[in-house]
Ligand binder design. Sequence first.
Ligand code: NAP
Length: 498
Amino acid sequence: MSSGTVYKNYINGKWVESKSGKTFENLNPADKTDLIGVFQKSNAEDVKAAIDAAAEAYKKWRLVPAPKRGEILYRVAARLTANKEQYARDMTREMGKILIETRGDVQEAIDMTYYMAGEGRRLFGMTTPSELPNKFNMTIRQPVGVCAFITPWNFPMAIPSWKMMPALICGNTIVIKPATDTPMSVVNLMQACDAEGVPPGVVNMVTGSGGALGDALIGDDRVKIVSFTGSTEIGRKVSEACAPKFKHVCLEMGGKNVQIVMDDANLDLAVEGALWGAFGTTGQRCTATSRLIIHKDVAQKMTAMLVDRAKALKVGNGLDESVNMGPCVNESQMNTVLGYMEIGKKDGAKLLCGGGRLTGGNYDKGYFLQPTIFGEVTTKMRIWKEEIFGPVLSIGTFSSFDEAIAMANDTAYGLSASLYTRDVNKAYAAMRDVYTGIFYVNAPTIGAETHLPFGGTKETGNGHREAATAALDVFSEWKSIYVDFSGTIQRAQIDNAD
Ligand code: NAP
């Protein structure tokens, strides 16, 4: 029996144990001897209790004026701000990314909460003239009901907040199931909501395995919206499970993001961008730079500069402020990435640095990999095509701008891309022609801000966007309202036809 702090599910405003009587341990991937806590291994009964609470709370929450809902969110945002450092440290311990990044993750949750709190006084609809006299037309947003959220481990507080805050401001209630690897950050989010007066049942959390809880969560008729962020493989299952009941489903899935470097680019800047894009969060970002394509005239020079910098990165425990890259999130993820390193070697890519696990001393306590770069990668190779989700960068070359655009688009995914150039014409052409949901010019493929829509094309998403006002379209439905004050029946398209 573990002696760590036991964290409970949050249902109907109370911290409760799972009906299963079972728990699981959350360990630090940088140091397996560091126990973050013991969490509830929930079952379908727990999920039902959470949905019961959310369905009941919805009856009142939908009627709370949106500015009042916003006032609660302002207080939640202030609490997240006050606890930012502690939440960041908890997050580094539970999933490994370095402190500057976990501070950024919490900041993203703060930004989103303030942003959506402000929406409480907007949630704008339209008024528009009627085609008929003495008639008034307008649109309003209406909430949808109980929302179920399934979230990944790589942005343990930011991603839950992207879903929670717009859903709440629109008047919905929620049940969230965080990733098994990162329940602590969502417990922190729930504690902030609890302390700042989010009414009981409006937000609920059940921890445990997605495989075990997914059906209970998605299958319940009272759940009207499912918002999922994770792999394309699981996203497809979620989508199929939602289809028979026409549930609204918002999917944010995998990526295979590209950085393009033209021959006129500032190479120092492009190297900085590739380094941050490929090895930030140990390459475990949906927007990570996984493919780097460089104009052949500067490829040799830039590759040498980049490899030197990658070799100098300090890998270690993210709590150490001097560390540049933390561990993989868990053993299985590490083994998947090691598998891809072997595939790259076997398929004939040229290993330029890294290529294996870091061992010895403190490295043996966790799941550390070397920052790895492959050169001479061709578009047929698996490391070029498949999402690796680890610190592995594949480099290819091109001869013309059109070839670069074609290579960039030659992927199943469409989340993020970036172009380094000093030529404004090429920049605008690429903004138009690269088919992704996010595009950067002279910046890496990572670095989204909360007031712009976030999401991707093709197998990255199903057309919805998170963040910004776009998120309100996921969590509300439009209602068009016609008020006829003429005192007569007026038939649209008929009585005004002449
Ligand atoms: P994952 O394995 O798909 O898991 C995501 C979530 O789904 C977790 O909470 C997981 O629970 C749950 N889950 C697993 N099996 C399920 C099932 N059968 N039914 C319902 N839920 C289930 O993904 P991950 O490894 O956590 O995250 C990495 C992936 O997320 C990458 O592909 C990455 O690109 C993607 N991602 C995309 C975005 C974006 O915005 N596009 C952002 C971040 C990450 P357990 O943890 O209990 O398994």
